[in-house]
Design a protein around this ligand. Structure first.
Ligand code: AMP
Ligand code: MG
Length: 477
């Protein structure tokens, strides 16, 4: 097997990672392969299925040209700073250029201990690995920037969590694995030379058009903010709750990264939280835009010594105005997204909030509500009226909305039919742990093409049955 690696991180950022080796896998097996993605990366799916390919995908043996490494990073976790996190159960295998010439990381999660593992075992279980496949591919299907799953393998080991799990490794692909926390690692150590090297690397990789601008670090900050605000507006439009928006899970590339206790909201409520450890609701659905800006403020701190080397404090007003602009930018993007969801070219806050308020009051499913609104746009109001339990405000709202409706035909292209509903994800993962991959494949097929309703998937459209109880997700997956 030959892979045309071109490992810029290993080459250019000496001192910002540690070389690692994956753990041996006693009985490696490929569970799932994303063939289309493999082909796009210039990888031969048959090679990846071969023993050598599976060895790479579990991390146990590397092909020529790979430079497996664990990246150093720090991070604010639930507001508290950890100066050293790093890839504790992950490794960057190497980078390739895809068919469009874009650089992509090939990265493993669950491949064994590294010098950053602290007390952890470096491993992952099959359930959480397949969960990241399902949710990440659903996000991609929805058109939201995300890391993508390339393969899921099992190692033949048992991984011990609350219950024994099948040991597994996720191979994923990203524009890069640079995080806000990567910058924080070197900022906290006052390693300014490395910090500027890292920033220059990030600019060259993600924003090459900024390389020659005079204030390139400030321009870089603005560019990262823009991508993050666009990303969060997209999350909000589909009811995605990341669940653990720590600065180490905030990608400079603007991709959604590190699917842990994430989930999609069903009944609309801005206070929705799924993660068992998020007792304060820090990372609730409605807080995500605020928390994204909080994370970006931490990035701003790291960039101040680069923007104003003589006296970093001098950069403060510029960082603050960048964040203020971020808030305005986010509001605009959010309004645009929800306008499109309503089939209106520019909806006012009253129209958007009026609809969302009815959803909250009726605990109505967020995804279905917009799809039924699409039906109402085509003249059939009945399903929406039933969905909103004939909310007393609905007829006035419809009367205000209908004259503004000017993009009804586009509504079904922004309002998905299929999201990876929590009870369906759990069902698929339980079956997979028992050796039956059929529900996983079926759900993946539905969520990979989420805007087109198809016969035979009706059961995947609807929320968990009443009385199913609140859905809870767990970290440490
Ligand atoms: P996460 O919650 O996956 O974003 O991980 C936060 C930090 O904990 C990262 O530094 C991970 O590498 C590390 N970590 C999570 N799980 C494990 C594990 N099982 N073994 C070693 N490190 C881990
Ligand atoms: Mg993480």
């Amino acid at each position: 097997m030959t892979i045309d690696f071109d490992n810029s991180y290993a080459r250019d950022l000496d001192g910002m990672y540690l070389p690692v080796q994956g753990a041996p896998a006693p009985d490696p097996a490929l569970v799932w392969l994303n063939e289309a993605l493999a082909v796009d990366l210039g990888l031969d799916p048959d090679d990846l299925r071969s023993p050598e390919g599976v060895a790479m995908l579990t991390g146990s043996a590397m092909p020529m040209g790979a430079s497996p490494l664990a990246m150093a990073y720090a991070g604010h976790q639930f507001g508290g700073f950890s100066p050293q996190l790093g890839d504790g159960r992950a490794m960057l295998v190497g980078e390739v250029l895809n068919r469009a010439g874009q650089r992509r990381d090939i990265h493993l999660k669950g491949s064994g201990r590294t010098p950053f593992s602290r007390g952890g075992d470096g491993k992952a279980g099959l359930g959480p690995v397949l969960r990241e496949v399902l949710i990440g591919e659903a996000m991609h299907g929805l058109g939201i920037p995300t890391t993508r799953a390339l393969a899921a393998t099992t190692t033949g080991e048992t991984v011990w969590r609350e219950t024994p799990q099948t040991g597994a490794v996720l191979a994923r692909v990203a524009d890069s694995h640079l995080r806000v926390g990567t910058f924080q690692f070197f900022y906290a150590r006052q390693e300014t030379a490395r910090l500027s090297k890292l920033a220059d690397y990030a600019i060259a990789r993600h924003f090459p058009e900024l390389a020659e601008t005079p204030d390139r670090y400030l321009a870089f900050y603005h560019a990262v903010i823009a991508r993050q605000m666009a990303l969060i507006a997209q999350w909000m439009g589909v009811g995605f709750v990341h669940g653990v928006m720590n600065t180490d899970n905030c990608a400079i590339s603007g991709e959604t990264i590190d699917y842990g206790p994430c989930a999609f909201m069903e009944a609309y409520n801005p206070e929705t939280v799924f993660s068992s450890i998020d007792r304060q609701g820090r990372y609730s659905y409605g807080n995500q835009p605020v928390l994204a800006r909080w994370n970006l403020a931490r990035l701003g701190e790291c960039l101040m010594p680069l923007i104003a080397p003589e006296d970093p404090e001098q950069a403060l007003p510029e960082m603050q105005s960048a964040l203020e602009a971020a808030e305005i930018r986010y509001d605009t993007l959010h309004r645009k997204r929800f306008s499109a969801k309503l089939g209106v070219s520019e909806a006012g806050d009253a129209l958007i909030n009026g609809f969302l308020d009815m959803l909250t009051a009726q605990s109505a499913d967020f995804t279905l509500a917009f799809r039924k609104l699409g039906q109402a746009a085509r003249g059939d109001e009945g399903p929406l009226v039933a969905h909103l339990n004939a909310d007393p405000r609905l007829s006035d709202w419809l009367a205000a909305w209908r004259p503004q409706l000017d993009a009804a035909d586009k509504m079904d292209r922004v309002n998905p039919v299929y999201i990876p509903r929590n009870h369906r994800v759990e069902e698929a993962l339980r079956a997979a742990e028992g050796g039956d991959m059929a529900p996983f494949h079926r759900l993946l097929e539905a969520v990979s093409d989420p805007y087109t309703g198809r016969a035979g998937f009706e059961d995947l459209e609807t929320p968990a049955p009443e009385g199913a109880g609140a859905y809870v997700t767990y970290c440490g997956t």
